[in-house]
Design a protein around this ligand. Structure first.
Ligand code: ZN
Length: 467
């Protein structure tokens, strides 16, 4: 493969170019700096891409690029079209005093590049871009490639969907989507992910009186909002960790045999979790295997409660209000909308149980916050084997297949517009420290990433693909 050779011979200048890109402090809210990074990308894309366009949005630009096959001997023969997604905005670098070297002056120490955004996501994005460039340079590009560069991922990509919608024509032939973002599996094995859980956040705010009052003088009269919220919460979950909201599990998907096998192969050890987390017993659905609980099952989590004061600030009062926040992790085929509906219906039902409960719920303000849909690509598709083999060749190690990553990604808009199988292949090692000081990317992982992408773009041409 000439492209691999070309990459191996240009490793030094590849890193120099990556450093130039990383030096641009494209913190999402700094629109000028993000624009500089967008201009940098546009200039680079124009050298090889057949099409590159910077789309203005209400926020930061989205960039689209496309490469056509160079050796299209038979114009009528359909060749696969691969869409890559990456984001070029970065998290703020603060706290600055925790950085060993300045966040926007990349430095290599012990084989790792240290800089804000190197892992999340400029380095991983650049690995994919570099792979396309090397193949193009070697005249070996036999597939169609589209690249979406997002400038607002760290804000949840609020303007991406609208921007992509306008260009939907461009995406109609896409066969699969590849995203290199996030860290690889904690076991340090190269990783192929097929989706991520979704999320719906819920806030219940109960103000039951005008003011905090003396718990002696008014104890027995003023209702305590914490007790009342606890009463509500107790109706939502049993001691075995099951959510009691009617219909909550109705849409939960049944994992296929392949997905179950992959989960089994992850070989998650309960003892390792116990040690890592410092826990003696597990949470959530006790009747489900551990590997299912971390990916195939939804969770109903209390993410925080606030009311009154404790410890050094404790006062003997009846607090006037209490706030509780819940996050529900969704699995395929659950939707945030349905969860909202079920949650409200549940409150309606407990209102009917007593007048008092109805009065409490009447004073509750319910707000539904951030939500992402779950995403899942079936493991049975033909692409799985090709991607798996490419990663194995690029990393010289068999990858782990993770059916569903535990976290949630703002990639749903991409998925929704394009409606094609989506894969996540992280090129950052597990301790990349994304969003934290001293974010870093191992040079070895970056280079293995470039090689993997070159290999998979070449493998995707092979004839055995059914189009
Ligand atoms: Zn991030």
């Amino acid at each position: 493969m000439k492209a691999l050779e070309f990459f191996n011979n240009t490793r030094k200048e590849c890193l120099d170019d990556l450093f130039d890109f990383i030096r641009i402090p494209s913190v999402t809210r700094d629109r000028n700096a993000v624009k500089d990074a967008a201009d940098w990308l546009m200039k680079r894309l124009k050298k090889t891409a057949d099409y590159a366009e910077l789309l203005d949005t209400l926020g930061n630009p989205v960039i689209l690029a496309k490469w056509d096959p160079q050796n299209d001997n038979n114009i009528h023969q359909k060749v696969p079209c691969i869409l890559f997604y990456g984001h070029y905005d970065v998290q703020p670098p603060e706290p600055l005093d925790k950085w060993i070297s300045p966040p926007f002056e990349p430095e290599i120490r012990d084989g790792r590049i240290y800089a804000r955004g190197v892992g999340d996501n400029k380095g991983q994005l650049f690995a994919n871009l570099r792979a396309i460039e090397c193949i193009h340079q070697s005249n070996e590009l036999d597939v169609r490639v589209i690249f979406v560069f997002d400038g607002e991922e760290e804000l949840g990509s609020p303007n991406l969907e609208k921007a992509l919608e306008k260009k939907s024509e461009l995406f109609k032939d896409v066969d699969l989507i590849i995203v290199s973002d996030g860290p690889a599996d904690p076991t340090w094995k190269p990783t192929l992910e097929f989706g991520a859980r979704g999320i719906q956040t819920i806030q219940i705010n109960l103000q039951s009186a005008n003011d905090d009052v003396h718990s002696g003088n008014f104890g027995g009269i003023q209702p305590n909002p914490v007790w009342d919220l606890i009463s509500i919460l107790k109706t939502m979950r049993n001691d075995g960790g099951k959510c009691l909201i009617e219909g909550f599990y109705d849409d939960v998907f049944t994992p296929s045999k392949e997905a179950l096998d992959a989960a089994k192969e992850l070989n998650r050890n309960p003892e390792v979790y116990k040690q890592q987390l410092g826990i003696d017993y597990f949470g959530e659905e006790l009747d489900q295997p551990l590997s299912h609980r971390v990916m195939f099952r939804p969770t109903f989590n209390i993410r925080g409660i606030q009311s009154g004061s404790v410890r050094g600030k404790a006062k003997t009062i009846i607090p006037k209000d209490a706030v509780i926040e819940i996050d529900v992790r969704l699995v395929p085929n659950q939707t945030p909308e349905k969860i909202e509906k079920l949650f409200l219906a549940h409150l309606g039902k407990i209102s009917q149980k007593s007048e008092r409960m109805a009065a409490v719920i009447d004073r509750c303000k319910i707000e539904f916050g951030a939500s992402f849909y779950p995403m899942f690509t079936s493991l049975e598709l033909q692409w799985t084997k090709i991607l798996e083999e490419s990663i194995e060749e690029g990393f010289q190690e068999k990858p782990l297949k993770v059916p569903l990553a535990g976290g949630s990604l703002p990639l749903y808009s991409l998925y929704k517009i394009i409606e094609k199988p989506m894969y996540i292949i992280p090129y950052a090692q597990p301790d990349e420290a994304n969003h934290a000081p001293n974010e870093n990317l191992m040079v070895e992982w970056f280079e293995k990433g470039v090689r993997t992408s070159i290999i998979l773009l070449r493998r995707l041409v092979k004839e055995e693909i059914e189009m």
